[in-house]
Design a protein around this ligand. Structure first.
Ligand SMILES: Cc1cc2nc3c(=O)[nH]c(=O)nc-3n(C[C@H](O)[C@H](O)[C@H](O)COP(=O)(O)OP(=O)(O)OC[C@H]3O[C@@H](n4cnc5c(N)ncnc54)[C@H](O)[C@@H]3O)c2cc1C
Length: 432
């Protein structure tokens, strides 16, 4: 029940205080300390969205052997060509500066003897990211932006076709919020829970993508008439069964082979079938599903014989990202059951998610991260077109959006002043 309505005005409203939203708030306040910035976050910026539990890598980074152009070529190959070149390139140019920025805020990034971040895979570096979200949230707070935690945004406010704010309600005390703004940035992440969950019954909420990113930002945009893109390009993760931990760490870092229930490595079979092309992430998933369908499941990542030092590093990495996988792999009973050896870990596909950071779906945006609605911008998983975005790409997009929003905000202020002067001319007063 609505108990009270709170009306607030600001220059720049950021909806969603996750990876993109927190960096956007800092960027805006650093560029213009007079800017009135509000972040509307339905949870708490210290632990919200995809980064809430922590992560162990940044998967979009230009390692010394990489350029923005080579990153684009990589993205094109990984997505079989379905990618927006302009968005991917402009994001790539920003990646390393934003990673350095968050490292300066306190994110630990291990480095090699040359001082470069430790490479985990192509365009991916290792981090100790269990506390990544409190680091971002505290910086957003310290920037002087007003953080409205526990406010769930439900709709955009439109005037003459321009987005001029948003509505929401407090999930704690029933207050209704009406925030007016000169420009609005949507950073509410993607959508999970749209498809039937892979896990049954009471475990249905155990999914890879944040179950609290419900696609609300997408819904608000669709209702307001914003153009969307590529909803058919969803993301289906290949994950450690039950722990729902990412498999890339084991496949890329440890070199673990995918085997079926008969103990046969099966990727090679499909590798041949694909005519000699290197297997892509989605191929590793598809091959696994084909093995299941052929009755040769369950499938596993074979950890027998992997380098024990690297294995213990992987278990620590999971502590920063998927602690249940670390527990599974550290369980003494588990080792006892498997004769003291690290046994194969069962893997399976999850349900599809709609998100712009791994898939392609979300708001259509231009190179300035403007949506098709004047006054509305989008960054991170809610925005489409750039499938190799991940956390660092969300930061890069947020920064690009804010730079353009500030110009937009200034233009709006001029319009307001001009209108005020006109009104003053007729009323004999000047309100500035
Ligand atoms: C389990 C998991 C592991 C990952 N591992 C990695 C990794 O190792 N490396 C990497 O680079 N990337 C990783 N990613 C991807 C990365 O976390 C995301 O791409 C990134 O967080 C996207 O940023 P975002 O700001 O768009 O969304 P989020 O960070 O999810 O932020 C969205 C925010 O919007 C808020 N919100 C949602 N709806 C509303 C509403 N209606 N009103 C107000 N607020 C709302 C949410 O509470 C949240 O705070 C991982 C993702 C997941 C799910």
């Amino acid at each position: 029940m609505i108990r009270e309505t709170v009306e607030v005005a600001c220059d720049l409203l950021i909806i969603g205080g996750g990876a993109a939203g927190c960096v956007a708030a800092v960027e805006a306040r650093e560029r213009d300390p007079n800017l009135r910035v509000i972040v509307m976050e339905k949870a708490h910026v210290y632990r919200s969205g995809c980064l809430a539990a922590g992560i162990s890598a940044l998967n979009a980074y230009l390692t010394p052997d990489e350029t923005a152009e080579s990153f684009l070529r990589y993205a094109i190959r990984e997505t079989v060509g379905v990618v927006r070149d302009d968005l991917t390139l402009s994001m790539a140019h920003e990646l390393n500066a934003q990673v350095k920025r968050v490292e300066d805020w306190g994110l630990p990034i291990p480095r090699d003897e040359l001082g470069n971040p430790l490479k985990r895979g192509r365009a991916s570096i290792k981090i100790f990211g269990e506390r990544i979200k409190p680091i971002l949230g505290k910086r957003a707070e310290a920037s002087g932006a007003t953080i409205l935690n526990r406010i769930n945004a439900t709709g955009l406010a439109l005037r003459n076709g321009r987005v001029v704010g948003a509505y929401g309600f407090s999930v704690r005390d029933g207050r209704f919020y009406a925030v007016s703004a000169k420009a609005v940035l949507l950073c509410t992440g993607g959508a999970s829970g749209l498809y039937r969950p892979s896990n049954p019954g009471g475990a249905a909420h155990r999914m890879w993508y944040s179950p609290f990113n419900t696609g609300a930002g997408l819904a608000m945009g669709i209702r307001a008439g914003a153009e969307m893109t590529s909803f058919e390009f969803r993301f289906i993760p290949l994950r450690v069964k039950d722990a729902i931990a990412p498999t890339g760490e084991m496949a890329q870092w440890l070199g673990a082979k995918q085997i079926n229930a008969l103990g046969e490595p099966y990727l090679e079979k499909y590798y041949q079938h694909l005519g000699g092309k290197r297997m892509l992430t989605q191929d590793r998933l598809y091959a696994t599903l084909l093995e299941y369908r052929a009755g040769r499941g369950p499938c596993y990542l074979d950890l027998r014989g992997v380098n024990p030092r690297k294995l213990s590093g992987t278990i620590s990495a999971y502590l920063s990202m998927a602690p249940s996988a670390a527990m599974l792999m550290s369980d003494e009973a588990y080792y006892a059951r498997h004769g003291g050896e690290m046994a194969p870990v069962e893997i399976t596909g999850g349900e599809p998610h709609v998100l712009g950071g791994h898939g392609l779906s979300g708001f259509w945006i231009d190179a300035n991260r403007r949506t098709s609605l004047p006054g509305l911008y989008a960054a991170g998983d809610v925005a489409g077109g750039t499938p190799k975005k991940y956390a660092s790409g969300a930061w890069a997009e947020a920064v690009i959006a804010v730079r353009n929003m500030i110009e937009d905000v200034r233009a709006q202020s001029e319009v307001e002043i001009r209108n005020d002067k006109k009104a003053a001319g007729s009323q004999g007063i000047l309100r500035l």
